[in-house]
Design a protein around this ligand. Structure first.
Ligand code: IMP
Ligand code: MG
Length: 209
């Protein structure tokens, strides 16, 4: 059994001046949700759990680009990671015509031969409505994998519209409040992916766009 995600929906905020933030980003950050030290501690635990569960081999890591790469790199190259994974990527683009309808287009280097009889573990930065992971899991399930599971860095359950994916979530780092976050792979407009904490952006940064 994997450890449950850390629920930080009601955690007291860490102020930006309590941690190091590059000066280019400092004025855009409202507060920190997960500082680098806490990120590393949780990744250590998740790497141990995933390593133990996939030691049997036959694991295929499917990384959801671009955001899932920071998280998967930290887990898969962690010193506690002894399991060996084959590695593929998938990129999802969503078109939200209206609030209620969403269409997800997938571009990937995954083939049916590469998935068949594999234990697939999907690495994603954040589960929001769940549409992206729903489209990807449905796509993979058609290729006869031995199993499909999700490793998510973050979960924003209040935003979920596709509940069907929740049963696939095997590992999750943190449950966060319904706020727009950046850092540790998450971006806004291509920025902040390299920030080494998970942070809430000031609303004026994205409302100005
Ligand atoms: P979903 O299909 O609604 O679950 O969307 C998930 C995708 O939306 C993630 O893979 C992210 O790329 C993006 N996303 C959702 N919430 C955030 C956020 O707070 N910050 C940055 N990207 C986000
Ligand atoms: Mg993403």
């Amino acid at each position: 059994m994997a450890s449950p995600p850390i629920d930080i929906r009601n955690a007291p905020p860490v102020l930006p001046d309590e941690v190091f933030i590059p000066k280019e980003y400092l004025s855009d950050i409202d507060h920190i949700l997960v500082r680098q030290r806490c990120f590393n501690e949780r990744i250590h635990v998740m790497a141990e759990e995933i390593s133990r569960d996939f030691e049997h081999g036959n694991g295929l890591a499917v990384v959801v680009l671009k955001g899932g790469k920071y998280f998967s790199d930290h887990v898969l190259t962690h010193r506690m990671m002894n399991a060996k994974f084959e590695y593929r990527t998938v990129r999802a683009t969503s078109y939200h015509g209206t609030e209620s309808s969403g269409n997800v287009a997938l571009e990937s280097d995954i083939s049916e031969d590469g998935v068949k009889n594999k234990h697939v573990l999907l690495f994603e930065d954040i589960i929001d409505t769940g549409r992206t992971l729903d489209a990807i899991t449905q796509h993979l399930l058609q290729m006869n994998p031995a199993s499909v599971g999700i490793a998510a860095m973050l979960d924003k359950p209040e935003r979920r519209t596709v509940a069907g994916i929740d049963s696939f979530i095997k590992y999750c780092g943190w449950i966060i409040p319904n706020k727009f976050v950046v850092g540790c792979g998450l971006d806004f407009d291509g920025k902040y992916r390299d920030l080494q904490h998970i942070a809430v952006l000031k609303p004026e940064v994205y409302h100005g766009k």
